[in-house]
Design a protein around this ligand. Structure first.
Ligand code: SF4
Length: 336
């Protein structure tokens, strides 16, 4: 990540401000600094593109014009107004926050009080605090991260917490504290219409002169987003062998790094002789980048060697069973 001299920071702030004044889109939530309206728009924009969000926003505001109306909304009314936006937990959080605000008498006007509301994270809190109350908190959403990664030529993985932390510091450093509302909106607007993901429009960018990625010819290469490891599906069998009121299990070493001391069902490769009879249950279980498709089979087995052991069935419910073993035995109706 590269830095800017104080003089260049000033120049970037000025260029952003001039550009935003001349080019900002006329969006319904920009016509007011009412925190209720700004907050609702920010929540909707987390899950929907601007053009698609506008009709939802206008309908929602017509139905719930203020925080008191939203606080009193019934489940049906709320979900109807939110229908099509998805993430219904957000709608419920929005109403829960409205109820808190309504009971306190006014919208909170500090960052700490805003972020304490249900469903509000650092991004929304910074947006509302800066846009509505001119508080000096820099926003960092996906668009702003992309702009900053390019401006500073940040080459770390954008999904890592270290990179995010550096970008947050850089956003705060660039923030124009004499007009945080305009500055934050300008950064978001630049990311939305000029510094766009695949083909950034550097020719029309107000800060191209100071953009390190642009100077280095790396604008399209940044930000770096490493691919997550591919998910692999693996089929595995678990055996349920019961003999004379005992079930066959094995216990992990007490000091094993993973699930030490937990009991597991055996798998075929642990036995010299095994005959499977029928499928009792099947279920998927995800661990890191694997999805295991477990097949739980009733089985008859030959000779048993440690660590396998026969355990009385009546002790089963009191044993520390791994999640996989518990799922298999519950689904297979062995553990009720
Ligand atoms: Fe983005 Fe290009 Fe502007 Fe740099 S010059 S901020 S890469 S649009």
């Amino acid at each position: 990540m590269k830095e800017f001299t104080p003089a260049r920071v000033q120049a970037i702030r000025r260029a952003l401000s001039d550009w935003y004044q001349a080019n900002k889109r006329d969006l319904p939530w920009r016509r007011s600094r009412d925190p209720y309206r700004v907050w609702i728009s920010e929540i909707m924009l987390q899950q929907t593109r601007v053009a698609a969000a506008i009709p939802y926003y206008e309908r929602f505001l017509a139905r719930f014009p203020d925080v008191n109306a939203l606080a009193a909304a019934s489940d049906d009314d709320l979900l109807n107004a939110w229908a099509g936006l998805g993430y219904y937990s957000r709608a419920r959080n929005v109403r829960a926050a409205a109820q808190k605000i309504a009971s306190s008498g006014s919208f909170p006007d500090s960052y700490d009080a805003i972020i304490a509301l249900p469903g509000i994270g650092p991004y929304t809190a910074a947006a509302v605090a800066s846009i509505c109350f001119d508080l000096p908190h820099a926003v960092l959403d996906g668009n702003v991260m992309r702009v900053l990664a390019r401006l500073t030529q940040e080459e770390g993985d954008i999904q890592s917490s270290g990179t995010r932390q550096r970008l947050q510091e850089s956003a705060q450093n660039l923030l124009n504290v004499s007009n945080p509302s305009e500055h934050n909106q300008a950064m978001m607007e630049l990311g939305a219409v000029v510094c766009i993901p695949r083909e950034p429009k550097c020719k029309f960018c107000p800060v191209s002169r100071d953009c390190h990625a642009h100077s280095a010819g790396l604008a399209r290469e940044l930000p770096v987003k490493l691919r997550r490891a591919e998910i692999r599906r693996v089929r595995r069998s678990l055996l349920v062998a019961i003999r004379n009121g005992n079930i066959l299990l094995w216990q992990r070493e007490q000091d094993a790094a993973l699930l030490g001391g937990f009991y597991e069902l055996p798998e075929p490769h642990q036995l010299a002789e095994v005959k499977t009879a029928k499928l009792l249950y099947e279920f998927p279980h995800a661990i890191t980048n694997h999805i295991y498709d477990f097949h739980v089979m009733a089985a008859r087995v030959g000779q048993v060697n440690p660590p396998l052991q026969w355990v009385p069935l009546e002790q089963l419910s009191a044993l520390p069973l791994s999640t996989v073993a518990r799922k298999a035995l519950t689904g297979g109706n062995v553990l009720l």
